[in-house]
Design a binder for this molecule. Sequence first.
Ligand SMILES: C[S@@+](CC[C@H](N)C(=O)[O-])C[C@H]1O[C@@H](n2cnc3c(N)ncnc32)[C@H](O)[C@@H]1O
Length: 367
Amino acid sequence: MKQSQSITVQNHRPHMHSIQNSTEGRPTLTISMDFQAPRASASAFAGAAVLFELAEEYGVFDYLREAPLMDAASMAAASGFSPVLMERYLRALTTAGLVETAAAEDGAGMTSLYRRSPIFNDMVNGTGYLSWSLRACGPLIDHAREYAADWERAANLYPRNGKLVARTSRWIGERSFYPQSEQAILALQPARIIDLGAGSAGLLIRCLSQMPKDTTGTAVDISPAACEHAREEIALAGLSDRISVICAPVQDVDAYRAQLEAADLVHAGFVLHDVLHEHPEGFHEVLRAARHATFLLVEAVPYVASDREKEFSAAFSFLHEAFMGLDLQTEAQWRGHFAGAGYEAVKIEPLGMPGARLIVARAAGQA
Ligand SMILES: C[S@@+](CC[C@H](N)C(=O)[O-])C[C@H]1O[C@@H](n2cnc3c(N)ncnc32)[C@H](O)[C@@H]1O
């Protein structure tokens, strides 16, 4: 089902976008956030999940994702496994409707070529939810009794696999929350962006690739591995002169204060609930120090009861509460944090991922 929400905010370079309306003399624009909810049946996603997870294990997922045309011989070369196995695997993908036969003829005889089907990306997105829940969170379910007795001890003994968490979150995010943040940033047209907890800087790379050449960005992340990956990806995208990476904890505002003060847009995706929990003073300092900018926050709120969101939101909230010791903040609590730091306008809209929200905050008197 296609869902549509809209959010109206003032952009930073009004001359670059159509101004849709105006309140109190301040130009504003409406960002519409369309998202597509996965529609296939549970058995369809179960089948797709097995096949896509195998693609990751065989090492051919990127090939499946990117190659304009696929064949068993190239997949065998990419995976190191036999062409016979890859032909069988492609037959399974074809029967599942995830790829389609593109051609079956070359000069020397019959060669089967394949291409992604129109539902490929939707099915990856749906698989993301299943794989995050049952594979990435598998250790929590497998050791639920140990987590129930002492979650901190169990988290040390039976941690989640960080790579699996990152990959399955990306499969969810590619359809269910990245496009909406990106759309909001492109509509706002900031000149300087800072992304807190930026991971491998995917959002900055996608946005800056589409923005004027004088737009610059800063990625801040605590993880040296994420920062290293971000630098590689930024270089690959040819954006090293426009995006810098600062490896620092978000709560240590002094480590990136100059970049924060220069930014007219601050983005933070799925990181500030953690900072609030572990470093409340640092969290409040971030909000205070960013008051001159538009703040775009992406977070999950707990236990949303709407028909579209209730099951995944309930599981996501309970896993955070009982297995990670984290109470997600409600919409009212986020409003309270921003109001307490001096912001006057806080708009909150649902994103594609059940329970996820885009929170746009602006301080009084902001240009
Ligand atoms: C759930 S991931 C989200 C990544 C990205 N914002 C996204 O939405 O895809 C959280 C990221 O925040 C980083 N992180 C967690 N705690 C942090 C902290 N205190 N300071 C800076 N980065 C932090 C992690 O290393 C990770 O890259």
